[in-house]
Design a protein around this ligand. Structure first.
Ligand code: GLC
Length: 438
């Protein structure tokens, strides 16, 4: 009886570790050949992928993974993939997709459904963020991708400067942020003319929509909502106009954000401004944490992270971002692509992403790992920020909708349109778009 039980336990633990490990060299099928993996991001992130690939190639001798370097910018990464997929190209075989455009890829039928692979390997899906998988990866009854990491907008601040100017806590409301940033900026400008109170993403691109969502939702506004399965835009709601006016004021009235916010500020310029010691506050994604605390960073050890502020009477809001891995429907080596997906999602690799890149892993079991908690302590403190993050509208025509929002929000920031006119116009165009696609 005891031996039966023991055998049972061993079998169970082998199966379980196979599932939890999510792949590795245990697969019975002999893998061979080559795949192309397309990925972009910050330069250090792309370099890190090269290491992931070498680890994978060591695990499966004889296979080759070619890294196709993409841009940092999400819109460019999307266009690069769209071009290949529209042409039904078998390369890249496997790639990362922004949660923002996953809906378009699924609706366009460009992805290989993963259900049969999951079933065949008895692959454990319960380790992933269920809310994210259900929201983004599972659509029309099928599984199309898996989350590699989950992003949410955060407020970074200089702990040393808050202390120097007598503040014991980061700001909770946007008004408090303005007051603190103005004072610190005034004081620091005496010795550093390049110093700014608050830096964030304002260029005309996807990142601007993410920032806009955070002001809008932290003012009780919304971009739109579903009614009977159809998305209804509400872009020019008074709360949204107020939120956009505030974004404009950060640059033009309070003058705590630089004028190049609307011409140049994407994630990396924002991060570098803060990292070079030229800003008190920064809005960015979790990836900035690791770089701010790297050995060569001038602000190492002087950085705090908090939820983004909110408007009075409302709650803080963070945009849900993040990247998901999926397989090209036209790939000619889907077995190898699936092995690579499992490898990227394995406990070890996910842990590596958290420790080396500061990413929030897509699988939740990694969050209890002591090494991970040491490298990214905010993961525990800010869990609710990630759990309550606000998704951008999950509709197949999101890229087109985003173009409209980007254009008009940016025009308001540049001062060429009033926030009201900009959002009225955006609303009109969004209504036409929904009519056309919805
Ligand atoms: C980050 C987010 C992504 C977002 C992009 C905007 O990469 O993960 O979801 O669309 O930033 O620049």
């Amino acid at each position: 009886m005891l031996s039966v039980l023991l055998v049972g336990l061993v079998v169970f633990s082998v199966v379980a570790s196979g599932c939890i490990g999510g792949g590795g060299g245990t697969s019975s099928t002999k893998l061979s050949g080559k795949i192309v993996f397309a990925v972009g991001g910050a330069p250090n992130e792309i370099d890190y992928w090269q290491k992931v690939i070498s680890d994978f190639e060591k695990e499966y001798p004889g296979v080759t993974v070619e890294l196709k370097r993409q841009a940092t910018d999400t819109d460019q990464r999307r266009l690069d993939l769209v071009n290949a997929l529209r042409a039904k190209s078998s390369d890249p075989d496997v790639f990362l997709m922004d949660v923002a455009w996953l809906g378009q890829f699924i609706a366009s039928d460009w992805l290989e459904p993963l259900d049969s692979y999951v079933q065949k390997d008895n692959y454990n899906l319960s380790v992933f963020f269920q809310s994210v998988v259900n929201l983004a990866d599972k659509q029309n009854g099928k599984l199309w991708a898996l989350p590699v990491y989950v992003d949410a907008g955060l407020l970074y601040y200089r702990t040393d400067l808050l202390q120097k100017y007598g503040y014991s806590n980061p700001p909770e409301t946007w008004d408090q942020l303005v007051q603190m940033a103005q004072r610190i900026q005034e004081g620091e400008r005496a010795s550093n003319p390049n110093f700014w109170g608050f830096v964030w993403q304002g260029q005309q691109y996807e990142g601007l929509v993410c920032d806009f969502v955070e002001y809008v939702y932290s003012n009780g506004g919304e971009l739109g909502h579903f009614e009977n399965g159809k998305w209804v835009p509400t872009l020019n709601k008074p709360e949204n106009v107020q939120a956009l006016q505030f974004m404009v004021d950060l640059i033009h009235k309070y003058k705590i954000s630089p004028p190049n916010t609307y011409t140049e500020m994407t994630e990396e310029p924002v991060r570098l401004t803060f990292q070079q010691g030229n800003a008190a506050f920064e809005r960015n994604w979790p990836y900035a944490w690791g770089l701010h605390n790297a050995n060569d960073s001038p602000v190492k050890g002087k950085v705090g992270i908090a939820p983004l502020p909110h408007f009075p009477g409302h709650k803080s809001a963070a945009t849900l971002g993040g990247w998901h891995i999926g397989i090209n429907k036209y790939s000619d080596n889907k077995e190898l692509a699936w092995a690579f997906v499992k490898f990227v999602e394995s406990y070890e690799q996910q842990k590596g992403f958290a420790i080396n890149l500061g990413w929030n892993p897509g699988r939740t079991d990694v969050y209890n790992d002591p090494d991970v908690l040491k490298a990214a302590p905010y993961l525990k403190d800010l869990r609710s920020v990630f759990e309550n993050a606000v998704p951008r509208p999950i509709v197949p025509y999101y890229p087109q909708l985003s173009q409209i929002i980007q254009k008009y929000v940016n025009a308001a920031l540049a001062g060429t349109m009033s926030p009201q006119d900009a959002l009225d116009q955006a609303q009109k165009e969004a209504e036409n778009l929904v009519q056309q696609y919805g």
